[in-house]
Each structure stands twice: as structure tokens, then as C-alpha cells.
Ligand binder design. Structure first.
Ligand code: GLC
Ligand code: CA
Length: 545
């Protein structure tokens, strides 16, 4: 299998409901995507990852699928999708789909059948028990829900409307392969595989620790006993095509990730890690702590070093599951400066970058007035389940810091009403800052974040060193500066990002004191050679040695 093309690529992630409405009903759709393919191409990315666009009751906005081989009517038809796929391919963009097979929707026909009785063709498609164990779900109370039709409990690691599939059933694995083939035969280029490290559950489903909320069952469903066998089966399907597989691995450690990414049983080309997304929170973003640069750097370096020469990183700082990064690791007041420093901090690492819709223009968090205004099942559940002794205001503040809804507001295309996302009132709140944070405005401003992203992606694309080079971090303990070097065959890049809100003096590493640094890009104007860095200043230098 020779699919190494993914190493030279970068991707744009679309969460369709909020990307662009093409038919004026207030909901993003494939027609809207089609209109914006040229824009996506203009960023300099090489592919699109679609978060789920399949039919879904949307209890988890598409991650609860009721038909794996179709398109949700709100988003269009299979023909609309084929049109997008063909046009994307024509202009040189690959398309990868979300493969969500840890669970389905409870409205999927398999589940509707499964719940009917204990002995029908679908009765073992899900995980049923007479007595639940003590696991908690990640999204909604206990992990077991009683179904009166069947008279048993079913397992749901996520929301109640997301029953877990029984992957130990060979028929279920055949279904997964058939889903993969359906999309691969149509021409898609691979999959992002949702919570894929959760699909094999420990035999007997033992109780977890009683005092670890939410994640207490995780030791028994993360990297479970048969995971690598199942993954190998799915890999075989992929090998029949020229395609890639990227796993989402919540809470995955480097060492367990390497088991998917390397060796004879390699089953994934890349894995999304979560470590660097916890520089301001624990486990889930719901337990907040102040952002510390050293935590971010430490996590990035850990993965860079551990995968070097063995595997390939998936690089990201935003997606549909996290609040906006400028609001977290940067500064909304210094939106351009911190947004561009954050871009530099991850785009030049070794790996394939993924940029989430709106990240390239510096979209930031929304702060809604009441929990009633939020749409995301996990935000609502967190609000209703944790820190109940705190005041409503304090709890709402936690939601402001943590809600996934902040990344799901309509994309800000223009300063117009509804941000140019739709002509109709959108399905969800538009961030008021669309008056000045929008694509239109940034297109016309040479030194906007949007154009900065474009330049960085171009620089990465044209440099073998930035794609394949070795990684080395300098001054890992520095509280303000993230500095790293990439090198290949005598060509070197030095990347320096300040995360300070004030001017700081930067040390140049001793071994580089004599080299002649050539500035490649900076987020401040003019030639930058002083060792003083302005707030969130970032520079990329090139040199030979
Ligand atoms: C993944 C998805 C997330 C979803 C969850 C359950 O983490 O990225 O959006 O809620 O899986 O499918
Ligand atoms: Ca629409």
C-alpha cells in the first residue's frame, strides 16, 4: 500500500451544519460546500474532512447515524455529494469521511430491530445486559439505559441516543467493511475514524472504579482486548483502495498510539492525540485550569519525538469538539497576533495539519446567556451534572469556557446579517463579532490571519524540510517562548513563537549563534531580527549548516 501522499497534505475540516447554507433554510448544506470549494482550495489545503453528513436525528449532531449509506436530507442528496466529490477531485482536493462505528443512533434500523427481542438477526448487534455495571457515560449520566421493549439494558458510552455496537459480533464488522466499501467505491479518499480506540470492550464488562466520574469505564473499553484484530480487518479493506485512515483516539497515550501506527499490524496512518488540548483543562475541557505554555509544548514535543522516524502525526488545534483556540490559548484582544502565533506553533511540526472551519479567520467563543441557549448534548449534561453546588453564573461560566458549541456557530463569511452564512435566520447563534471577524474583510486585508494561514501553508508545502525534517525543541522550560527546529539534509528551519502578552527577550541557542538566519515569515511587519519579541510575535527562519 503506497498512500504516502497524505504526508505532503493539509486538510480543512467541515462541520457542515454551520459551514454555508446553499438553499436558504438556515442550515449549512452540500450546495453551500460546493459554492465554497474554490475558497477552500485558495487556502492551500489539499483535502477536506467531512464531519458526519449522513442521515441522523442529530442528538449529537451527526455522530448519531441512522443510515450509513446516505446523505441527510437537510444537507442534500447522494447526487449532491457526488457533485462535490467530483468537483473537489477536479480541483485537486481529496475527501475523507467520518466513520462513526463505535455506536449508531437509536433510530438506526439495526437498533430498532435489536430492541425487539433477544433472538432476531440484529439482537446481538448491540451490547445488552440484564444488569448494568457501574460505568458512567461520557455524555449523559449512567452508561446503561433500560429498554422496556426488550426488557434489558443497552450500553451507551456517549449519549442515550447513541447505543454502542457490539464489535465482537462478526456481522457487525462485516457491516463496517460494507460501509467503508460503499464510500470508497464512490471515490472518497479515506476516513477519520471516530473514537476508534473504544470499539472493543473488555470481556465481562467489569465494574470500573466507583469514584472516577464519567471515565470510570474507560480502562475497560479503551484499546480493548480485540482492538487490533478488528482494526486489521478494516485495514484490509482500505488496502484494496488508495486511501488513508486517521483515528480519533480520545485519551490515547503515545505508546498505545504507536501500536496502531507502526509495525506489521499497522492499522492507521495517523491518530489525533488529545494531550496538547489539555494545556488549560483536564480530561474534558469541563475541568478548567489556566493555560500554561509548558503543558502545550511538552505534549507536542512528546508526540514529535516519539513518532519520529516511526509514524506520522495528525496536527490540529481546533475541531468541532473544542472551544475556539484563540479564546483558550491565545487572546481575543490580540486576535490576529495570537491566532497567527498559534498557527505557526503547530503548522510547522512534523505531521499533516488539519484546519477547522473558521480557525483561519480567528473565530472565537460565544457566550450565551442561559444554558437553554446551548445545543450540544455534552455541554447541557455537564451543566446539569457537575459542580451543582456552585451558583448558576459560575456554572454558566464553565460552559462559556468549555462548550463545543463555540466551535459550531455559523461560519462568518461577511459582515452582513447572519454573517453571509445564510439569507434565513440560522439554526444557531451567530457570533456578534462577525461584524469585523469575517472572510470578506480578511480577503481584502493583505495582513489578515486568513492570508497568514495561506502563506504558512504555502511555505510548508514547498519545503521538504518542513514536511519530513527532524524535530528538535529548544528551551522547553521557557514559560513564554515555544522554539523548535526542523532539519533535513543541511537545510534547517527555526520556528519561534512568543505566547507572552508583553515584549520578551529571546535567547538564541548556543549552537546556532554563528549561523546566518534568513527570515521566512513573521506575523509582524518589517524585517524582524531583534531578539526582542513583541506580544505573540512569531517568526520562522531558515538557515544552512
Ligand atoms: C467523537 C466526535 C464527537 C462525538 C463523539 C461521539 O469524539 O468527535 O463529536 O460527540 O465522538 O461520537
Ligand atoms: Ca440549507
Amino acid at each position: 500500500m503506497n498512500n504516502e501522499w497524505y504526508k505532503r497534505m493539509s486538510f480543512y475540516q467541515i462541520w457542515i451544519r454551520s459551514f454555508k447554507d446553499g438553499n436558504g433554510d438556515g442550515i449549512g448544506d452540500l450546495k453551500g460546500v460546493y459554492e465554497k470549494l474554490g475558497y477552500i482550495k485558495s487556502l492551500g489545503v489539499d483535502g477536506i474532512w467531512f464531519s458526519p453528513i449522513y442521515p441522523s436525528p442529530k442528538a449529537d449532531y451527526g455522530y448519531d447515524i441512522s443510515d450509513y449509506k446516505n446523505i441527510d436530507p437537510e444537507y442534500g442528496t447522494l447526487d449532491d455529494f457526488k457533485k462535490v466529490l467530483n468537483e473537489a477531485h477536479r480541483i485537486g482536493l481529496k475527501i475523507i469521511m467520518d466513520l462513526v462505528v463505535n455506536h449508531t443512533s437509536d433510530e438506526h434500523p439495526w437498533f430498532k430491530e435489536s430492541r425487539k427481542s433477544r433472538n432476531n438477526p440484529y439482537s446481538d448487534y448491540y451490547i445488552w445486559r440484564d444488569k448494568p455495571n457501574n460505568w458512567n457515560s461520557l455524555f449523559e449520566g449512567k452508561a446503561w439505559e433500560y429498554d422496556s421493549e426488550r426488557g434489558q439494558y443497552y450500553l451507551h458510552i456517549f449519549a442515550k441516543k447513541q447505543p454502542d455496537l457490539n464489535m465482537d459480533n462478526p456481522k457487525v464488522r462485516e457491516e463496517v467493511k460494507s460501509i467503508m466499501r460503499f464510500w470508497l467505491d464512490m471515490g472518497v479518499d479515506g476516513f477519520r475514524e471516530d473514537v476508534i480506540n473504544f470499539i472493543s470492550k473488555a470481556e465481562g464488562l467489569p465494574d470500573g472504579l466507583p469514584f472516577v466520574p464519567a471515565v470510570n469505564g474507560m480502562p475497560y473499553y479503551k484499546d480493548g482486548p480485540h482492538i487490533h484484530e478488528y482494526m486489521a480487518e478494516f485495514r484490509k479493506v482500505c488496502e484494496e483502495y488508495d486511501c488513508i485512515q486517521i483515528g480519533e483516539g480520545p485519551m490515547t497515550t503515545v505508546s498505545s498510539a504507536l501500536k496502531y501506527l507502526t509495525g506489521e499490524n499497522k492499522s492507521l496512518d495517523m491518530m489525533f492525540s488529545f494531550d496538547h488540548m489539555m494545556a488549560d483543562c483536564f480530561y474534558t475541557e469541563y475541568e478548567h485550569r489556566p493555560f500554561k505554555l509548558y503543558r502545550y509544548k511538552k505534549a507536542l514535543s512528546k508526540w514529535q519525538y516519539a513518532l519520529a522516524g516511526k509514524a506520522w502525526n495528525a496536527l490540529y488545534i481546533e475541531n468541532h469538539d473544542h472551544p475556539r483556540i484563540i479564546s483558550r490559548y491565545g487572546s481575543e484582544k490580540l486576535r490576529y497576533e495570537s491566532g497567527s502565533a498559534l498557527a505557526v506553533s503547530f503548522l510547522f511540526l512534523q505531521g499533516t495539519p488539519f484546519i477547522y472551519q473558521g480557525q483561519e479567520i480567528g473565530m472565537s467563543n460565544i457566550r450565551l446567556r442561559s444554558i437553554e441557549n446551548y445545543a450540544d448534548v455534552s455541554s447541557i449534561n455537564n451543566f446539569n451534572s457537575y459542580h451543582l453546588k456552585e451558583s448558576i453564573e459560575k456554572r454558566l461560566k464553565r460552559i462559556h469556557l468549555s462548550s463545543r458549541d463555540s466551535s459550531r456557530t455559523p461560519m462568518q463569511w461577511t459582515a452582513d446579517k447572519y454573517a453571509g452564512f445564510s439569507t434565513h435566520e440560522p439554526w444557531f447563534y451567530v457570533n456578534r463579532n462577525h461584524a469585523y471577524v469575517n472572510v470578506d474583510e480578511e480577503e481584502h486585508n493583505e495582513s489578515s490571519l486568513l492570508n497568514f494561514y495561506r502563506k504558512c501553508l504555502q511555505i510548508r508545502k514547498n519545503s521538504r524540510t518542513l514536511i519530513y525534517g527532524k524535530y528538535k525543541e529548544y528551551f522547553p522550560k521557557d514559560p513564554y517562548i515555544y522554539m523548535y527546529e526542523r532539519s533535513l539534509e543541511g537545510m534547517h528551519y527555526l520556528i519561534i513563537c512568543s505566547f507572552a502578552k508583553h515584549t520578551v527577550k529571546v535567547r538564541i541557542p548556543k549552537n546556532l549563534a554563528e549561523v546566518k538566519l534568513k527570515l521566512v515569515i513573521s506575523n509582524y511587519a518589517g524585517l524582524r531580527h531583534s531578539t526582542y519579541f513583541a506580544p505573540y510575535e512569531a517568526r520562522v527562519y531558515r538557515f544552512r549548516k
